[in-house]
Write a new protein. Sequence first.
Length: 296
Amino acid sequence: MPGVLIMCHRFPSSRPEPGRRTFASLACAGALMLGTPLAAFAAEGPNLLTDDWQLSLGTFLINTEPTVTLNGETQTGSSVDFDDALGGGDATRVRLDGSWRMTDSGRHKLKMLAFAMNRDNTRSFDDEIEWGDATFPVGVDVKAEFKFSVVELAYEYEFLQRENYELGASFGVHYTSLEASLSGQAFVGDNTTTIDYENTGSVDLPLPVFGVSGLWRLPQNFWIGASAQYFALSIDEYDGSIQDYRVLLNWQPSKWLGVGLGYDMFKVDVDVEKDKFNGSLDWTYDGPMLFYSISF
């Protein structure tokens, strides 16, 4: 860690004006008082490559683009763009990330993340919407609601460790609980009379993921991390794929004080055949993250 060098020079025999002399003296005294704490503060920087615990809590500015199809018993549903139905735009949510190095070698790590989101809006559509066993006609006000929660738990093994970086491979479960609903005046059955109708498609997606990640030390207590996860699946009621890409820049000058910026993009494209959700989900969420972090 580079030190801090502070030099204070005496004034030459031709004395400067009193105001300038006083300002220079105060500046030099302040620098001498701050020099040692600043050097000590910089020396306290943790090592994210060896610390057992790393936690971050911050805001996630989510832009979500879900396209959902809910089939009924007698008809195939329309593909509903819930981003358009909900009025578009971003939503800010709290997000928690963490990791734990489980052994002295530092190669075995558990990682987790968690956040949730809920949005609703009422609007009319320019086309008929078939949702479940109902048809919402053109021009009718329809309330759309989309909510989800995400929890991921993964095991990671660092197969390459060096003084300034590490590379690892992981596998785990990306668990998403999702609900999408439409309600309003709709045709059901004979398509002659509208009635108050509401139908919610809900699904829990415990999808396995495999990935690779890397962590690099930069000068001045800066760190950069990146990860990619992917899994193509055809398991029981699910048929599709999941992808997740993330990059982070973190400044961690001390164990209990760190800030970072990041970007995360997650995409799932899956067909589901379950009692509470028979249809398809083409869903992407992405956005920047701003977080506070600790490492110890």
